[in-house]
Write a protein that binds this ligand. Structure first.
Ligand code: TXD
Length: 318
């Protein structure tokens, strides 16, 4: 019996998620959207590629939550994306309303699902989703750190002219300008990047430029596209999380998870390294942070807290 994966939002990321799930044969797909035609049209289009891509998964489109009942995984992209010049935070009011609707739609129909939220502003929206839905905190998680880490690793690979597979690194904290690229936890072929700086292979200045490009990685794509934002890498990032859950891979992944004590942080969602397995977020990994990293991480947590306070002003029920 195939796993059931519901995608709430059949837009740019939702459609790409559906296509990846189908071609990777991960499970059956229910594409849900208030714009039912988009959901049905994309589902039918992907289904028609099955003889070519050789998959037999069932993929349907709907605007009824009853069709999403008993999902194993739910990936949420419902919401509006940025336009050029907008920050992720500018999406707060409109996407808060949408995520409340989504929470009400899924909480009774799929109480046991692993829920991955992608909608921006990510850290606050995933926290609101968990509060509105009342679903277990270890089964509600946000996708951002995998994308930010992937951007950082890609830019380093281009600079050093080496395969992305040879670079290990991660980006933590809020999914915004205060995100923290963990330079001291960056290894090139197993060698700390600090050794490459000493050997003159890359300068501190270039690393700072790459960190800044990672922070604005989303805005750079929004500027090119003019209408809409990044969707291929965000979709791949969401699939990484869904597969680690469905296949109990227990991968260590940077995700927006509920933190309550780790890193001296309490009662907030933000990007930390977590183990994702069959029980959802199974563990938060506490990295050793130096003074600068601690300072930057707490700045990022404070930025998330500030935005959550703004969310509570919009909806005092949070
Ligand atoms: O790293 C990350 N987390 C970010 C997230 C990376 C890139 C994009 N990020 C955010 O994802 C972006 O800022 C948006 O908030 C979401 C979705 O981006 P996408 O590019 O997929 O947006 P689209 O193409 O506009 O798709 C959104 C769909 C669209 O088809 C709407 O009809 C639908 O959401 N929608 C709804 N579906 C269900 N229920 C409701 N209420 C609803 N409202 C809109």
């Amino acid at each position: 019996m195939n796993k059931k994966i519901t995608l709430i939002g059949a837009g740019q990321i939702g459609g790409t998620l559906a296509h990846l799930i189908a071609t990777k044969k991960i499970g059956d797909v229910v594409l849900f959207d208030v714009a039912e035609g988009i959901a049905k049209g994309k589902a039918l289009d992907i289904a028609q590629s099955s003889p070519i891509e050789n998959f037999d998964i069932n993929i349907t489109g709907t605007s009824k939550y009853s069709d999403t009942k008993d999902s194993d995984v739910i990936i949420i992209t419902a919401g509006v994306p940025r336009k050029p010049g907008m920050t992720r935070d500018d999406l707060l009011e409109i996407n808060l309303k949408i995520i409340k609707q989504v929470a009400n739609g899924i909480k009774d129909t799929s109480p046991n699902a692993f829920v991955i939220c992608i909608t921006n502003p990510l850290d606050v929206i995933v926290m609101a989703l968990q509060k509105y839905s009342g679903l277990p905190k270890n089964k509600v998680v946000g996708m951002a750190g995998i994308l930010d880490s992937s951007r950082f690793i890609y830019f380093l690979s281009q600079e050093l002219k080496i395969s992305v597979s040879k670079i290990k690194s991660l980006v933590l904290g809020g999914h915004g300008d205060t995100m923290v690229a963990m330079v001291n936890h960056t290894f090139i072929n197993g060698t700390p990047i600090k050794e490459l700086i000493k050997a003159g292979k890359i300068s501190e200045k270039r690393i700072i430029e790459i960190i800044n490009r990672t922070k604005t990685g989303g805005a750079e794509i929004v500027k090119y596209l003019e209408k809409g934002s990044a969707f291929y890498a965000p979709a791949s990032s969401g699939i990484e999380m869904a597969e680690s859950y469905l296949k109990d891979q227990k991968k260590e992944l940077p995700c927006a998870a509920y933190i309550n004590g780790e890193y001296d942080v309490k009662d907030i969602y933000a990007g930390v390294p977590v183990i994702i397995g069959k029980n959802g977020v199974e563990k938060i990994i506490e990295l050793k942070l130096n003074k600068d990293e601690k300072e930057n991480f707490s700045k990022s947590i404070n930025a998330v807290k500030e935005l959550f306070n703004a969310a509570k002003k919009i909806d005092p029920s949070l």
